[in-house]
Each structure stands twice: as structure tokens, then as C-alpha cells.
Design a protein. Sequence first.
Length: 108
Amino acid sequence: MADSVLQRIPVVAGLGYVERVRRLPSSFSATLRPEPSNRYFRYAIVVLASGEKVGYVAPEIAVRYFAALTAASPEVMCPARRAALSDHETSGVELLLDFSGLTVVPAE
């Protein structure tokens, strides 16, 4: 997976997801699902791995992809990987997604 900015989409994974994230292989497929009923962020996009919630697409990215993912059917999948220790230490990011092959188009 290339490391360009467009392909390194950060996932926000709070303490509630740490154990799930640690069990993930270094590379895996993630499912993206809009979560319009999220009480904290109306454009929330949940990230699932093997059917388990492992975090959310970073808000600044989610707001651009929310409408397209909501309209997409079936669910959208993308390659993902656990972040490097340096990513975690500098930004708290636990996972990175590769949106380069998504079939949905973000809002400008």
C-alpha cells in the first residue's frame, strides 16, 4: 500500500476499540458504514473489521465521503492496515485506510 496522503486515511480508535485493533492482522479489509444516528458527529463513518467496530474515519475526511457512502450499495470495502508505532505516538492514529480504489466520489 502506497503512503501518499490520499491513501493514508486515519482512523480514530478510542480506548473502547484498543483490544479489537490489537487483534487485527497487520493488513486486512475494512468495511465502511455511515452512521447517521451518531450523537457526536452527524457525518460519522464507522470502520469495521471482521464485523467488529474498530473505530471511525477521521472527521475531516468523513464529512467529504459521508453522502457518497450513504448512497452506495452494498457496503464499501477498502484495504486497511495497522498504523506504525510512530503514527500512534505522534497522532494517536491506530489504523490507516487506503481510499485510492473506492468506487464512491467525495464531495469537494
